[in-house]
Design a protein around this ligand. Structure first.
Ligand code: SDX
Length: 392
């Protein structure tokens, strides 16, 4: 007697093959740094809401780079060490100002990528991939990236690059670099929380880019330049800028008359437009970071008044329609756009701010890759022309 074999009925439609483009659903390696799943986001064992409430960005950076949370003395020393390494050479600041003045349309992410590349030439350990040198390089990069961002923004604004104030946290110093002013306590706290939320997210596109570069035994600065290139795109980090631009567009169109928010959204759905700040490759029931950042941003907007709060009201309306009609949730970049906007930060600097945080995650992954390296080199499924002869 033959065993029964389940067969597909002759007339049943063939199952739709899974769309594996973009490596969707595939695990590409192990990591001890971070876990991203539907129910939790965890950095080295600590849940993101716990970190956003109780840890400073510098403490999170220490945790990610070194592996364990710092005690009070270690946290203080780490913060002081970073604050003492912020300066960049005047030549680099002048080179970035030259780029910006010669090409005012150049995106600040491109300026930042150039800045990191320039830093590599004066880093005495650029070519040293030992764990000790990589940690030192990671700290230097982390400390100096806000200054690179400041050199770009100061040139755009036509003002002097502010001097370092070592008493400022990474978040407050970054705000000083972006606006030329020392931020108030609430703005500093919100920037700090956003940096905690942005610091790490396992094998996202830019981190995977860094790991691919590191896997060839290339150096940390090269990997970070690659990470910046990958993060710049609007499907990834660039979405925080595009989300705010989209809200401004909706606001303008509605104010001009002839459309409502709901009609605007329907037209966007009909034209298959991608709505920036929505959707995620991993999170299908919502991004754990989005609600945390929205709450802080709303708090700041409420303090400023109705002109600022209107962006959160509009955001809520857009979010409600998206969820209702498409069942797609906002990702962290959606509240980020509104939050940085009401904090007075120039829109093209939103993604560079992401870099000022994610450089920590990228560096931790480069170190992890180098500690147990094998070159990343997948196979390709050839779908091109059949074999043919050059001479016919
Ligand atoms: C970040 O990966 C990370 O971890 C990244 C990140 C990090 O911390 O490193 O979390 C940071 O990059 C956040 C994502 C920022 N990007 C955006 O906000 C851009 C808009 N979003 C999308 O284009 C999209 O959702 C992606 C790029 C984020 C994810 O792409 P996927 O995984 O390929 O999309 P999917 O397969 O889940 O989409 C399923 C369907 C598709 O429709 P169908 O073709 O099946 O009809 O949902 C649609 C998509 O077109 N869809 C959207 C949409 N997102 C998904 N439709 C309109 N607007 C959107 N934003």
């Amino acid at each position: 007697m033959s065993a029964s074999i389940e067969t597909t009925p002759q007339n049943a439609p063939a199952p739709k093959p899974a769309d594996t483009r973009g490596l969707a659903g595939q695990t590409a390696g192990d990591t001890t740094i971070c876990s991203v799943n539907q129910t939790q986001l965890i950095y080295r064992g600590y849940e993101i809401a716990d970190l956003a409430e109780h840890a400073s960005f510098e403490e999170v950076a220490y945790l990610l780079l070194i592996g364990e949370k710092p005690d009070a003395a270690q946290a203080k020393a780490f913060r002081q060490e970073l604050a003492g390494m912020r300066e960049i050479s005047p030549d680099i600041a002048a080179a970035l100002a030259h780029v910006v003045k010669g090409n005012p349309e150049t995106h600040p992410m491109s300026v930042l990528r150039t800045g990191v590349s320039l830093l590599s030439h004066s880093d005495p350990e650029c070519e040293d991939n030992s764990p000790e040198a990589e940690l030192r390089k990671a700290k230097r990069l982390l400390a100096k990236i806000p200054t690179l961002i400041g050199a770009c923004q100061a040139a755009l604004d036509g003002r002097e690059l502010p001097a370092n104030d070592p008493s400022l946290s990474h978040a407050a110093y970054l705000m000083l670099m972006l606006t030329g002013k020392t931020p108030d306590e609430l703005a500093t706290r919100i920037m700090d929380v956003s940096l905690v939320l942005y610091a790490e997210h396992d094998f996202n596109a830019s981190t995977f880019t860094c790991r691919v570069i590191a896997s060839t035994e290339s150096d940390l600065h090269s990997a970070i330049c690659g990470g910046i290139g990958a993060l710049k795109g609007p499907l990834h980090g660039g979405a925080n800028e595009m989300a705010m631009e989209m809200l401004k567009e909706i606001d303008r169109d509605v104010a001009a008359g002839g459309t409502t928010v709901s009609e605007w959204m329907t037209a966007a759905f009909e034209s298959k437009r991608k709505l920036m700040g929505f959707g995620h490759r991993v999170y299908k029931n919502g991004d754990h970071r989005a609600g945390i950042l929205r709450a802080w941003g709303l708090k700041y907007a409420e303090q400023l008044g109705p002109e600022a709060k209107k962006w959160f009201d509009l955001g809520d309306e857009v979010q409600g329609i998206m969820l209702d009609q498409k069942n797609i949730h906002p990702n962290v970049d959606f509240p980020c756009g509104m939050t940085y906007f009401v904090m007075g930060i120039p829109v093209p600097q939103y993604t560079p701010i992401f870099v000022a945080s994610r450089v920590v995650g990228w560096s931790a992954h480069v170190m992890e890759q180098h500690a147990n390296n094998r070159i990343i080199r997948p196979l390709a499924n050839y779908t091109g022309a059949a074999l043919r002869n050059w001479n016919g």
